[in-house]
Design a protein around this ligand. Sequence first.
Ligand SMILES: [Fe+2]
Length: 265
Amino acid sequence: MIDQETLLELKKWFADYVETFQSDVPEDQLNIDLKEKHTRLVCKEIIDIGRSLALSDSDLRLAEITALFHDVGRFEQYARYRSFLDIETENHALLGIRILRTNHVLDAVDEETRDLIFYAISNHNRACLTCNGSERQLLFTKLLRDADKLDIWRVVTEYYHDDNRKRNGVLELNLPDTPEISVGVYKDLMERKIVKAEHLKNLNDFKLLQIGWVFDVNFPKTLQLVRERKYIEKIYKVLPKSDKVAKVYKTVRDYLEKNNAGHHN
Ligand SMILES: [Fe+2]
């Protein structure tokens, strides 16, 4: 059981922790702010999805804690490497768990709950979800993955459609903005699969990967929000108008419409 007081204390710890990473370098501060805002909004999204499933207040608070800490490793990762690219630095989820452990942040929480929080964090950024956890661990992990995706869609669509934007290499994973689309990416998506990271060669591939996240969405509420906010349309708009892109777009649109009635999962 998570009470309101515990949640507030953890939020306080998080705010104080993030405070220690403030920087005088505008580019660095921007990336810190980006992750701080992302965390805040993932917390909102997870409550929204959790309510659609009629979770108890205590479980909503637990879900919010997983969201609050899912990217806690990002700040240290950025401070150390000036990069959010896990494959070139280290796994930010595991780094986050290490930080929570060393700082004894979750010591006041019972062991089972603590394990669940660590389970959700360590599985939030995997390409696909393995099923080695308990039903409850899997439920909270699915919630976190959906909430995280919802807000990353916000981040990237705001970025792609910002007319005054300066290119942010950190957000674009330093991928080149070349015109083609990689074969592996196209194949994955036409099979309605998540794009494998090793298939990513350029920025178009990355945009397509983001479109393909719909295939990994767990809850009807999430798909409903994706439709309402037109995330897929917004990413499609910034892709080259080729046959392949049109085919992928249609496949994803069909999938979104087919799952319109909330039969998914
Ligand atoms: Fe995240």
